[in-house]
Design a protein around this ligand. Structure first.
Ligand code: NZQ
Ligand code: ZN
Length: 390
């Protein structure tokens, strides 16, 4: 295994049926005033809000509510949250929701007391908070599996006016202090969102897996996680209330992007960069922007890593290797990925997300190309991948 790294993850997880019973204790150490942030109200319909407010009361907290975090949270909403956190002088931020709400809480945590323009400094310039800067601690109650935001430092924010959707990966001081993961909380998700999260999980693993050529423990872990999410997805599509499948999806999603399987890997992330640009132009669900372009992207880079794609076919999809060249096997692996995208009902083409041919150049311009994968792509190649995905 090549590469030198530090591995540390400060997020304490409470996982399983009734995991919320730990919430009051988890909250206790973090001051008196809590900013409770959530989305458009699904938590009020599925009972999660009642559980959370009971725990906040049991822990003796004074609560300031900040609802209305939209999928793909915006800079304007970030400013509103930062101002509220400052005005009420909160000690802690509790995010209840999916990746958007948790990302948002992290963004507010660094922006609240930042002297300067948070969007320009953290997202455009990709700076880290100054040493000693006040960062509000964050906790999470997860209601949608997929992003891994519950155990990482990522926070993706969208500037609608500039058509930019940019992720900033913050350090341990911004990662959630704890996260409550009750798979049952995800049962009320609409199928489209469940599928979006499932594909997002698969994509996170592939983004890290499809890089490097050394024999790396991270790749073996990635293969196990991919096999798990594929198996669980097939059960969950048939029966969304299958606890075992939904719990495996939730746990896999967390491990797919909690920094472990990226260790010793250069990592690719261009599917995400293109997907985020599509999101900036269409506001489509994140995971579906990824499923829409993945097969075109991987067919594009396949000639530069045939052996790795052949291994993907063999180990992840159980495709027999006998009598085939590495190239044939590699193609069959991507065919299997494409078939699975259709099987689970994820987007197979970006036209279904509202992308039109006239948008391709602008979407490519919004794409921040990453250098870590098997092929360095340029603007024209991004357009070709988008066109292939229409
Ligand atoms: O608004 P609410 O009521 O919360 O409804 C949400 C929203 O409409 C709904 N939902 C969530 N849990 C539910 C539920 N509906 C019913 N029952 C439940 N239990 O689902 C919709 C989508 O939620 P959202 O949080 O937007 O989805 P997701 O978890 O996919 O998060 C997407 C955001 O995370 C970013 C994406 O770019 C996007 O902005 N990402 C964050 C990453 C990170 N922190 O590392 C990495 C990812 O690659 C991703 O980029
Ligand atoms: Zn993602």
């Amino acid at each position: 295994m090549l590469g030198n790294f530090v591995y540390s993850n400060p997020t304490r997880l409470y996982f399983g049926d009734n995991a919320q019973q730990h919430l009051a204790d988890a909250l206790r150490p973090f001051g008196r005033k809590v900013l409770l942030t959530y989305g458009s109200g699904s938590i009020k319909r599925n009972g999660v809000y009642a559980d959370v407010t009971a725990a906040l009361a049991a822990a003796g907290k004074e609560v300031v509510e900040l609802p209305g975090v939209m999928p793909n949270p915006t800079v304007d909403k970030l400013c509103e949250g930062a101002e509220a956190a400052r005005r009420h002088n909160v000690d802690f931020i509790l995010a209840v929701g999916g990746g958007s709400t948790i990302d948002y809480a992290k963004a507010v945590s660094v922006a609240a007391w930042h002297k300067g323009d948070a969007w320009e400094d953290f997202w455009i310039a990709q700076r880290d908070p100054q040493p000693g800067a006040r960062i509000l601690p964050v906790g999470a109650v997860l209601t949608m599996a997929g992003t891994g935001s519950e155990m990482n430092g990522g926070a993706v924010i969208t500037h609608s006016g500039r058509r930019l959707k940019i992720g900033k990966v913050f350090g341990e001081n911004v990662m959630p202090r704890f996260a409550v993961l009750n798979p049952r909380y995800t049962f009320s998700l609409p199928c489209r969102q469940m599928v979006s999260g499932i594909f997002d999980t698969m994509s996170h693993i592939m983004e890290q897996y499809f890089s490097g050529s050394d024999d790396n423990t991270s790749d073996y872990l990635a293969e196990g996680l991919m096999r798990s999410v594929i198996a669980a997805s097939r059960v969950a599509i048939q029966d969304p209330k299958d606890y075992e499948a939904r719990s495996n999806i939730m746990w896999t999603a967390t491990w797919a992007l909690n920094t472990l399987i990226g260790k010793g890997k250069s990592q690719d992330w261009n599917v995400h960069m293109i997907g985020q640009a599509i999101g900036a132009h269409t506001d489509a669900p994140h995971g579906l922007t990824l499923s829409g372009i993945s097969t075109a992207y991987y067919r594009h880079v396949l000639p530069h890593a045939t052996d790795k794609f052949a291994r993907f076919a063999r180990v992840v999809w159980d495709i027999p290797a006998e009598g085939k060249t590495a190239g044939q096997l590699a193609e069959e692996g991507i065919d299997a990925l494409a078939a699975w995208i259709s099987e689970i009902g994820a987007a197979t083409e970006i036209a279904s997300l509202g992308v039109t041919p006239s948008m391709l150049d602008d979407i490519a311009r919004s794409t921040l190309i990453m250098p870590g994968g098997y092929k360095r792509i340029d603007h024209e190649e991004v357009i070709a991948i988008l066109r292939e995905s229409l």
